[in-house]
Design a protein around this ligand. Structure first.
Ligand SMILES: Cc1cc2nc3c(=O)[nH]c(=O)nc-3n(C[C@H](O)[C@H](O)[C@H](O)COP(=O)(O)O)c2cc1C
Length: 170
């Protein structure tokens, strides 16, 4: 079964890190479904049924996004609020996310030091992981790229992108 990568980046054309991740994922497109929310829904109107069917068709789901104000981009929050509905993701018969393996791939502008003490990405994204745990999913370790704001070199970006694909597929 393919891995589903849900990308939420408002400006992927000008992205460096998330674009590099997508380019690397494209090399294994027989193993991954890449789903870009902003491209799919430029008017922000989410097709809830289509999203739910996509989730049902995959057991391993990666949410890939840049950190925005120490949080997820707003469009991903909208996706969660609408797609992870009562009676589907939780509540009566709401067991469709049960046992799904969920991973977050997050890029940050700030460097690793900014997230070293008391403000780790895991801590900042606690409500996100709690949301999926509440729905019975399993959370896998996040994949991170720190310091996108400090002009990282191409080698570092390529190495990170390759390790991203490796952890997804191993
Ligand atoms: C609205 C907005 C908010 C941001 N907030 C943060 C933040 O809280 N912490 C941080 O480290 N970087 C922040 N950034 C920087 C982005 O995370 C960074 O540019 C992005 O991860 C780089 O990935 P990309 O090359 O794929 O665009 C923010 C950027 C934008 C546009």
């Amino acid at each position: 079964m393919k891995h589903l990568v849900i990308v939420t980046h408002p400006n992927i054309e000008n992205s460096i890190i998330n674009k590099a991740w997508i380019n690397e994922l494209n090399l294994i497109n027989d193993q991954v479904t890449i789903h870009q929310l902003y491209k799919e829904y430029p008017d922000y109107k989410i097709d809830i049924q289509k999203e739910q069917e996509m989730i049902l068709a995959h057991d391993n789901i990666i949410f890939q996004f840049p950190l925005h104000w120490f949080n997820i981009p707003f469009f991903l929050k909208k996706w969660i609020d609408e797609v992870m509905a009562y009676g589907w993701a939780f509540g009566p018969n709401g067991d469709n996310l049960k046992n799904k393996k969920i991973r977050f791939a997050v890029s940050t502008g700030g460097d690793a030091d900014a997230y070293a003490s008391g403000n780790s990405i895991d801590e900042l994204l606690k409500s996100l992981s709690t949301t999926f745990l509440y729905c019975g999913s399993e959370i896998l370790p996040s994949h991170l790229f720190y310091g996108a704001g400090k002009e990282p070199n191409l080698n570092e970006i390529n190495k990170n992108a390759k390790s991203y694909v490796k952890i997804i597929t191993e």
